[in-house]
Design a protein around this ligand. Structure first.
Ligand code: G6P
Length: 615
């Protein structure tokens, strides 16, 4: 949710700022902008509405004359104020302070009213501009830029990741974070800041991950960090294992396509060192995992978006296989109600980014409600807010996911949750050695099974054409396949803008069946499980109402193909754990190909952002 990049070097910084913004565009792309201190310490700024490409064109039109050794840049996902040039970052106060911001200043109206009385004028409708004015005002009574920022920040409530420069202090960037991610890149010819390491991989692999409340003074050859209370602190430098090429498109047309096809490898990576030939290693969840799991009596899963759908699948597994009660809830609801959290609860947060604001806040809320709970976060991001707040950490090892619509994160989350289910089942002694071996065998087969499912792409591509003129679609499934249907509907909505709903097939007759006609395609998932016969009856009910149906089935399900009904075999004889993971694949491919036909921006769908670090 908004991306920040900046740096102070002995070379021109503009190219790196643009390159960094391109890597951060997944965080928002309503508008973008950059500012440098040019010769004589004058601010030189460019801003454009829309994608970073527009900013690049804007700079070209100015003969790429914006140059300087110190600068900051931003790609925006609008919260306060529409995506206009005036609302685009960086913002400037009195030609003295300029900054980029990720987060929300909740008391900005109050601050703005006060600043108006002090003579400040406002060029934007954002909550961010008050930060610039507050720092400028603090500079009147402070002797350094960092002390001005420390003073100003005391008046803000809300969240921020900030990159700040000043024409009066041309040798430094101030970085500050609270509730929004920010890393410092430690380079040879300079030092940098960014919302995400990916933006800086071309200049460094060495990173300092700022902690909540940290404020840093970054000069070309020196980094000084203070904590929230103003104490000088030493944060470790960590070497990133990300490779620059990992974030390139390679031979693919879109990141989403690349990430769909990367799933076999991503799952291999998730499983590596977490299983042996025939068993799951409980220690993969951390040294304290065995002790914690032997104590727990129930599980609460919290997540948003696609991660929430993964949690819904896990509820079936945890109750059915590990025999432990499990609740799943979206973070934005959980954090604001007054839930009952029993002792001996394992509180699990699921999040690709580890930074989703609602999920982070839900975890904090849970800890306040009952400090005796144990917490586990399953995430793709080792250095994130969630990992810092959790007792146990499990990394999905999916590799960087750039496409806004999540694909390999979802399937690797499912694999992680399957490992957890098996671990809990083992510790609680409700699964035996044979069952454990079957689960491990199934997980090991997944990469091959996914490759087989991907072979149906040509057929799915043909089906996608049917959606060209459709406005709505219905996804049906039962059991874990209801959660997979939800994920299929979410994918279609996100990238093709077709309204899509998912229903448990048995619930259809209680309302949604009224919607069915020839213009409403129905997509059903038919694994060969104990609910198959029930599902087949539901499909008949739909069919007799004139719907155009697509059924993704297990070869042995033998759904009878009728008129205006396409049955596509995806796999055969899968178990409770492998089936939902494999049936995800055709739904990802379907939404991807529908989006291509609708000519939407697959990797950067309108109004969305990959990492939602504001409420
Ligand atoms: C955003 C993204 C979704 C993602 C959700 C949760 O809405 O567009 O793709 O599923 O956030 O993100 P998380 O990083 O917490 O999994």
């Amino acid at each position: 949710m908004c991306g920040i990049v900046g740096g102070v070097t002995n070379k021109d910084i503009t190219t790196l700022l643009l390159e960094g913004l391109n890597h951060l565009e997944y965080r928002g792309y309503d508008s973008s902008g950059l500012i440098v201190l040019s010769k004589n310490n004058i601010f030189d700024r460019a801003r454009s509405v829309g994608k970073v490409k527009n900013l690049e064109d804007n700079l070209k039109a100015r003969d790429n004359k914006i140059k300087g050794n110190i600068g900051i840049a931003h790609t925006r996902w609008a919260t306060h104020g529409e995506p206009t040039i005036n609302n685009a970052h960086p913002h400037i106060s009195m030609n003295s302070v300029s900054l980029v911001h990720n987060g929300i200043i909740e008391n900005y109206v109050e601050l703005k009213n006060d600043q108006l009385t002090k003579g400040y004028t406002f060029a934007s409708e954002t909550d961010t501009e008050v930060i610039a004015h507050a720092i400028d005002f603090a500079m009147k009574s402070c002797s350094t830029l960092i002390s001005s920022v420390q003073l100003a920040i005391k008046s803000f409530s809300g969240s921020y990741g900030l990159g700040i420069i000043s024409s009066k202090y041309p040798d430094q960037i101030i970085a500050a974070r609270k509730g929004s991610p920010l890393v410092i890149g430690v380079g040879v010819n300079g030092n940098y800041i960014a919302s995400d390491q990916m933006a800086l991989l071309s200049v460094t692999k060495e990173f300092i991950f700022l902690e909540e409340g940290d404020i840093a003074e970054i000069k070309i050859d020196k980094i000084t960090i203070y904590d929230l209370d103003g104490n000088l602190v030493d944060r470790p430098i960590k070497t990133s294992n990300l490779k620059p090429g990992q974030t390139d498109l390679g031979n693919y047309d879109h990141f989403m396509q690349k990430e769909i096809f990367e799933q076999p490898q991503a799952i291999r990576d998730t499983l590596e060192s977490r299983i042996t030939n025939d068993s799951v290693l409980i220690s993969a969840f951390g040294d304290k995992a065995e002790e914690i799991v032997s104590r727990i009596k129930q599980v609460q899963i919290i997540a948003c978006g696609t991660s929430y759908n993964a949690g819904l699948v896990a509820k079936y597994w945890l109750e059915d296989i590990a025999k432990i009660p499990c609740n799943v809830e979206v973070a934005s609801e959980y954090r604001y109600r007054h839930p009952i959290l029993l002792n001996n609860t394992l509180f699990i947060t699921l999040s690709q980014s580890g930074e989703t604001a609602d999920t982070v806040e839900a975890l904090k809320t849970a800890k306040k409600i009952n400090n005796n709970i144990s917490t586990l976060c399953i995430t793709n991001s080792a250095e994130s807010s969630l990992t810092r707040l959790s007792d146990l950490i499990f990394l999905t090892h999916a590799g960087p996911e750039i496409g806004v619509a999540s694909t390999k994160s979802f399937t690797t989350q499912l694999v992680s949750l399957a490992l957890l289910t098996c671990s809990i089942g083992k510790i609680k002694q409700v699964i035996n050695k044979k069952q454990e071996r079957e689960i491990v065998d199934g997980l090991k087969r997944l990469p091959g099974l996914i490759n087989e499912a991907l072979l149906q792409e040509t057929q799915i591509k043909k089906l996608a054409i049917r959606f060209k003129t459709k406005n709505s679609a219905l996804f049906l499934g039962r059991g874990t396949m209801h959660a997979i249907a939800m994920e299929g509907a979410l994918k279609l909505k996100e990238i093709s803008y077709i309204h899509a709903e998912a229903y448990p097939a048995g619930e259809l007759k209680h309302g949604p069946i009224a919607l069915i006609d020839k213009d409403m395609p129905v997509i059903a998932i038919a694994p060969n499980d104990e609910l198959l016969e029930k599902l087949k009856s539901n499909l008949q009910e739909v069919k007799s109402r004139g719907s155009q149906m697509i059924v993704f089935e297990d070869e042995n399900s033998k759904v009878q193909e009728l008129e205006a009904m396409e049955v596509i075999p995806i796999t055969s004889n899968l178990g409770r754990i492998t089936a939902p993971i494999i049936f995800t694949i055709p739904l990802q491919l379907l939404s991807y190909h529908v989006a291509l036909i609708k000519e939407t921006d697959v990797d950067k769908p309108r109004n969305l952002a990959k990492s939602v670090t504001v409420e």
